[in-house]
Design a protein around this ligand. Structure first.
Ligand code: HEC
Length: 245
């Protein structure tokens, strides 16, 4: 307890320093380099950065496919860690670079915060639901495996049996529920219940959001479009009438 408290007090200025120097670097880099557009998913549908054609190994946890979607959904909520500010200890969690710049993987704060039991310290903060034990274990394994910015491509996209419970619910749990659940869900949309997901599917907003249609609001926000395979599954389910199957 006590040494940890000292650690916390000396660490904060270091963090700010880090964030500032990262910012300065980004500014400097801007002057010399062309503006790079958003990452385009062109590797068969499992990209989103870190790319390549590395086949998925079931014993490895991949940052781009498994960890980042969870972090975006649960931490990058507007007003939380979507940008680095004084209020959030300069911790931005929207991609690998911002996460590592914050230092919270390296110093153990990320695991501490998501496994905390004190409601004042736990992340995400109530009324948002805590991460599930499975989600915590996944992040823990990724850190144990070296906290790499790794990415993989699965050989196939199984679109034969797309159902709400078997396909859409797991996708929503991974990528949307952090923002779209709890007492004050983003956009007033709580996707824990099928009827709400069905309603935005049938009025066209879900399809526009997941395809990043310029007419709609891109989802998940402030991140690249989901892998092609996942977008296709959403669209197949919508086309089938967004059933509760
Ligand atoms: C980081 C937080 C966050 C995540 C993650 C997120 N959303 Fe949203 N979502 C929002 C916010 C904020 C709004 C309200 C946007 C607005 O009205 O400007 C919204 C609105 C929406 C809307 C309504 C759009 C419209 O045209 O009115 C849909 C549909 C939606 N989200 C779907 C999703 C889906 C599907 C996912 C997961 C694949 C997802 N969202 C993940 C924050 C999030």
């Amino acid at each position: 307890m006590f040494p940890n408290a000292i650690f916390r007090t000396i660490r904060l200025p270091m963090r700010i320093g880090l964030a500032l120097s990262a910012g300065a670097f980004a500014l400097a880099a801007c002057q010399h380099e062309p503006i790079v557009g958003p990452i385009v998913d062109d590797n068969g549908g499992n990209g989103g950065g870190g790319g390549g054609t590395n086949p998925c190994d079931p014993n490895t946890v991949y940052f781009q496919q498994q960890v980042l979607p969870l972090l975006i959904s649960n931490c990058a909520i507007p007003g939380c860690h979507n940008t680095a500010t004084d209020d959030n200890d300069w911790i931005q969690i929207t991609d690998y670079q911002s996460l590592m710049n914050s230092g919270i993987v390296q110093d153990g704060d990320l695991m501490d915060a998501i496994t905390e039991t004190d409601p004042n310290d736990i992340m995400p903060q109530p009324p948002q639901a805590p991460l599930t034990p499975q989600q915590i274990a996944l992040i823990g394994t990724w850190i144990q495996q070296g906290a790499q910015n790794n990415s993989c491509t699965s050989a196939t996209c199984d679109t034969l049996n797309v159902t709400y419970s078997g396909t859409i619910v797991p996708l929503i749990q991974q990528r949307c529920l952090g923002c779209h659940s709890g007492g004050t869900p983003q956009g007033g949309l709580n996707f824990s219940s099928w009827s709400v997901v069905n309603a935005v599917a049938m009025d066209g907003r879900l399809g526009r959001s997941v395809t990043h249609d310029p007419v709609g609001i891109p989802m998940p926000p402030s991140s690249p479009i989901m892998p092609t395979c996942e977008v296709r599954k959403f669209l197949l389910w919508i086309e089938a009438g967004a059933p509760n199957n």
